[in-house]
Design a protein around this ligand. Structure first.
Ligand SMILES: NC(=O)c1ccc[n+]([C@@H]2O[C@H](COP(=O)([O-])OP(=O)(O)OC[C@H]3O[C@@H](n4cnc5c(N)ncnc54)[C@H](O)[C@@H]3O)[C@@H](O)[C@H]2O)c1
Length: 258
């Protein structure tokens, strides 16, 4: 970048020149894996988390030398802090945080066990508190950052048998709105991507009747691909999206409009 151009650049434009470091949770399969692969193919250094060594090996093989995998169970608060500190030591900064990891444990409210409720709330929602809290303090110092959290169409429509999951997925949207307001003065954006039905391990469990039922509700007449989500996440992580914050982007083939 020439000196004169530098003079007129905002800090955001200046940061556009720098190779970015992204932390992606749940990067060993499904949507998180696709995001990790896509980011690394597009010049972003990725640290992808997995709960198992096998998953870390898979991430390492895919990322080659543009990042690596780390073991992290987002239910373990102390491990979140330790992992983030490790990344700071190794790379100095986390520019992009993708909160992707999530579970579901379905049951009707009447039958749901407290542990089914607690586990989903802790994994899908409470983890955000720690991940975002530890990441933003350094993002604030560099006055730049991108946070993208993956919600779900179930967070806006609800779904019988998924009261715990839908609570976390709508909670993410509220969390993000306040987060976006608090970090905006520091050049950090925070957005949510809300997928519809995406062809991953999660949806492979559906039987043919359930698949037919879902397809009949999708105006674009197909399930989404993980890449459909990665495209939007990548855009929100980029300089092109520097004026978008606090938003929820629905990627669902027309299944639900805001
Ligand atoms: N697939 C869909 O149709 C769909 C639809 C809407 C939203 N989503 C959302 O997209 C995201 C990715 O979903 P997916 O379909 O790829 O699911 P997936 O089950 O294929 O992957 C989930 C990932 O989360 C990780 N994970 C689970 N528990 C964890 C824990 N305690 N600590 C750390 N990591 C943990 C898993 O290891 C895995 O990498 C999730 O947030 C999900 O809610 C998916």
């Amino acid at each position: 970048m020439s000196k004169s151009l530098f003079k007129f650049c905002t800090s955001d434009e200046y940061n556009n020149e720098k190779k970015k470091i992204a932390l992606i949770t749940g990067a060993n399969k499904g949507i998180g894996y696709n995001i990790a692969k896509y980011f690394s193919r597009n010049g972003i250094t990725v640290i992808g988390t997995s709960t198992s060594l096998q998953g870390v090996k898979k991430i390492n093989k895919t990322l080659k030398n543009v990042g690596h995998g780390v073991i992290l169970n987002i239910n373990q608060t102390k491990k979140i802090k330790k992992t983030i500190n490790y990344i700071y030591k190794k790379y100095g900064i986390i520019d992009i945080l993708i909160n992707n990891a999530s579970i579901h444990s379905d049951n009707l409210l009447l039958k749901m066990l407290p542990k089914e409720w607690d586990n989903v709330i802790k994994t899908n929602l409470s983890s955000l508190f720690y991940l975002c809290k530890y990441v933003i303090c350094n993002m604030m110092k560099q006055r730049y950052g991108r946070i993208i959290t993956i919600s779900s169409i179930i967070g806006t429509t609800g779904n019988i048998g998924q009261i715990n999951y839908s609570t976390t997925k709508s909670g993410i949207i509220g969390f993000n709105k306040t987060l976006a307001l608090e970090v905006a003065p520091f050049g950090i954006t925070a957005n949510v991507v809300s997928p519809g039905v995406i062809d991953t391990g999660m949806t492979k469990k559906l039987n043919s009747e359930q698949k037919k039922n879902f397809l009949s509700k999708i105006p674009l007449k197909r399930f989404g691909k993980a890449q459909d989500i990665s495209n939007v996440v990548f855009f929100l992580s980029s300089h092109q999206a520097s004026y978008i914050t606090g938003q929820t982007i629905h990627v669902n083939g027309g299944m639900y409009f805001n």
